[in-house]
Design a protein around this ligand. Structure first.
Ligand SMILES: [Zn+2]
Length: 67
């Protein structure tokens, strides 16, 4: 059984590599019982979606002010 720290780590690792079936199952079971990690997962999904959208539109990204 994963704890919350392991779950958040798996979430961030899932951005860089494919999780194993076992990892995904453990994550799913934890998230079903833990609202904190469920919310974290949703936020992660949203952030990922935003990042993906930006990556697909490099032209619009350039329009934003430079740091
Ligand atoms: Zn948790």
């Amino acid at each position: 059984m994963l704890n919350c720290q392991q779950v958040t780590r798996l979430y961030s690792e899932s951005q860089e590599r494919a999780l194993t079936l076992q990892e995904r199952m453990s994550l799913k079971v934890h998230v079903m019982m833990c609202s904190g990690c469920r919310n974290f997962g949703k936020q992660m999904h949203t952030l990922r979606h935003i990042a993906h959208t930006y990556a697909k539109r490099p032209d619009q990204r350039r329009d934003q002010s430079d740091e």
